[in-house]
Write a new protein. Structure first.
Length: 364
């Protein structure tokens, strides 16, 4: 290996170690990637802060191009490749793609491109999962705030779980009013959707859920839970609450109550439809019992390899900072090699011509 190339590769290793330590420090300061499992609420916070921290770190370290728009790794990478790096054939026109003569630099380039692809996959997954959790949380908060105005007319339990025969069911919301006990499945889908005659909720983007089965599982779970703690049979009524104000639900399933954001209040207080009767004390008692026996919220693991995330961020940033200089050195060494080769070839040619001339003169 050329001495200058060897020195440059050592610089890469030192820079990579420095970048990784700085990224780990940024994660540590935000207390990220410390736990193995999270509740939905914890997971939403973890993913949001992780995304913000990672994007901020990359933008801070890679300041070689002016980028004022909202961060998008794909756009960021493509812009840099077209203007600075020119190392990724998928993001750069083939005529501009830079090739390295030195094998060590080629290896670093390939590692950087692969790291970008891994990082892009991870960030896409984080954004998708965060968006789903955020939509759910916003829908639940919006509905809860809408029902809070009812004051002591209802008691509300949110994101609460019960186990029956070791089978755990999490309820989005349980509402107890003077005329009934309701388990509410909250949906905040952004696209217009259909609840078909078979009980399947779907939209044109391919999202699909057996919402009726899910809702009735909640009903049976809560009825059995109430019977276990009171030795009394209670009716539990299912409601699907469609809380997105910009999309519509076409309900074709007639055996299940579907409410929108605004009419659920009239549903849960409809004494003509729901014949159960609970005094204020009974409502409070049921609320207290259900709150007391709830089990801890289910926890979920991260859906990506945290070590791969750290390595990918490290390799993308390090490669981004390192490769422009590496290309200059490689270009310089390539030019020097060509010049030496030309000198050698020229010497050989000159020697051959001289020999041939000598041969001719001798022959003459």
């Amino acid at each position: 290996m050329n001495e200058r190339v060897e020195k440059k590769c050592q610089e890469y290793k030192e820079l990579r170690l420095k970048i990784q330590q700085e990224y780990r420090k940024a994660l540590s300061e935000k207390e990220l990637l410390r736990k193995n499992e999270f509740t939905n609420q914890e997971l939403l916070r973890e993913l949001k802060v992780l995304l913000q921290t990672t994007e901020s770190f990359i933008k801070t370290k890679i300041n070689t191009i002016e980028y004022t728009e909202a961060f998008d790794l794909n756009t960021f990478w493509k812009d840099a490749n077209e203007n600075i790096l020119c190392i990724d054939g998928e993001s750069t026109p083939a005529t501009l793609e830079k090739m390295f003569m030195e094998e060590e630099f080629s290896s670093i380039r390939d590692n950087t491109v692969n790291a970008y692809k891994n990082l892009n996959d991870i960030l896409t997954k984080i954004k998708k999962e965060s968006s789903i959790l955020d939509a759910g949380a916003q829908g639940e908060n919006n509905l809860y705030n809408r029902l809070k105005i009812l004051g002591n007319k209802v008691r509300i339990l949110r994101n609460i779980s019960y186990a029956v025969d070791d089978f755990v069911v999490e309820h989005d919301m349980i509402i107890i009013s003077k005329c009934g006990i309701f388990t509410v499945e909250i949906k905040n889908w952004k696209q217009n959707s259909i609840l078909d005659e078979r009980g399947y909720l779907s939209n044109k983007h391919g999202k699909k859920a057996n919402i009726v089965e899910q809702t009735m599982r909640h009903v049976h779970n809560l009825e059995q839970t109430l019977y276990t703690i009171t030795n009394t049979e209670y009716n539990v009524y299912p409601i699907i609450a469609w809380v997105n104000e910009t999309s519509k639900l076409d309900n074709r399933f007639t055996d299940l109550t579907v409410c929108n954001y605004n009419n659920i209040e009239f549903e849960i207080l409809n004494e003509d439809k729901y014949k159960d009767r609970y005094s204020a004390d009974e409502v409070d008692k049921l609320y207290g019992l259900l709150k007391e026996i709830q089990i801890p919220a289910k926890k979920y693991p991260l859906e990506f390899d945290r070590n791969l995330l750290i390595d990918s961020v490290t390799d993308v940033v390090t490669g981004w900072l390192f490769l422009p200089d590496a290309y200059e050195l490689d270009d310089e060494l390539s030019s020097s090699f060509v010049k030496k080769a030309l000198l050698v070839v020229g010497g050989v040619v000159a020697s051959a011509v001289g020999g041939f001339c000598y041969y001719l003169s001798k022959d003459n």
